[in-house]
Design a protein around this ligand. Structure first.
Ligand code: SAH
Length: 261
């Protein structure tokens, strides 16, 4: 079971506590989700639980030593092992148009990129759960109005119900990370399409939070909003007060937010 040495640049912190691994695995409803991707299985601590429950499981692992271990350990027919970078994975090639759930004790060095890739491909991803560093987990789940509420919160919460399930201390990993960890669950909302231009919405959200203490009127100056429009009371707000839906309204109000643009 022991890796020769964990490679830090791959975010390798192997979970050693089997009870926690089991709890993470069972955040997923295996009846509901038949195709599963595990990101970064490492030495298989979660995989062993997933494999006995899942109807079909795909492991995506970048580290060749782990891949050799996984290949030798799991020979089940309903398992596919992909050696490579999750961020470069073409979902259509693996699943066609079909749905799949994502789970993992994720590599923390690419946490936000994993979430953004999930959001981009949400049409295929009804469910996502797993472990991140605590700060990222909190940012994803925090409601509007709090200090931690930001770009990641707005965009994730537009499309998913988010829930921080439990915290995990550094001591249960080898080597222990410098940060605390937390397990989250995302369940896609019934309505997960946008009625505004997505690229423009993301631009508005990012611009708004770049200077989060300023009013939207100030932060969105570079969008050359007509003066008449910018007198609307919404521009007096700070970004952390706005929900995803509010940002969609804002994008539409500014105009370029129309879906056809
Ligand atoms: N799930 C295992 C390992 C967690 S450490 C456990 O809980 O013990 C994170 C894992 O992600 C490592 O195995 C690392 O090699 C892998 N990894 C890092 N970057 C990756 C990437 N871009 N794509 C796929 N796997 C990656």
């Amino acid at each position: 079971m022991k890796p020769i040495r964990a490679k830090k640049k791959l975010g390798q912190h192997f979970l050693t506590d089997l009870n926690i691994a089991r709890r993470i695995a069972y955040t997923l409803d295996f009846e509901k989700h038949q195709n599963i991707i595990e990101i970064g299985p490492g030495m298989g601590v979660l995989t062993q639980f997933l494999i006995s429950e899942a109807q079909s499981i795909t492991l995506v692992e970048i580290d060749s030593e782990s891949v050799v271990y996984l290949k030798n350990t799991y020979t089940d027919k309903h398992l596919t092992l992909i050696e490579g970078d999750f961020l470069k994975l073409n979902f259509r090639k693996v699943f066609g148009e079909g749905p799949f759930a994502i789970i993992g004790n994720f590599p923390y060095n690419i946490s936000t990129q994993i979430v953004f890739k999930t959001l981009e491909n949400r049409a295929q991803i009804p469910f996502f759960s797993g472990m991140f560093q605590k700060e990222v987990a909190e940012r994803i789940c925090e409601p509007p109005g709090s200090k931690k509420y930001g770009i990641l919160s707005v965009l994730t919460q537009l499309f998913y119900e988010t829930e921080l399930l439990f915290h995990v201390p550094p001591q249960v990993f080898r080597p222990p990370p410098k940060v605390d960890s937390a397990v989250i669950r995302l369940v896609r909302k019934a309505q997960f399409t946008l009625d505004c231009n997505e690229a423009f919405l993301i631009q508005v959200v990012k611009l708004s939070f770049q200077q989060r203490r300023k009013t939207l009127r100030n932060s969105l100056k570079t969008l050359n909003i007509p003066k008449m429009l910018s007198e609307d009371a919404i521009f007096d707000q700070r970004p952390e007060k706005l929900s995803g839906k509010d940002f969609v309204q804002l994008a539409k109000k500014i105009g370029h937010g129309n879906i056809s643009n």
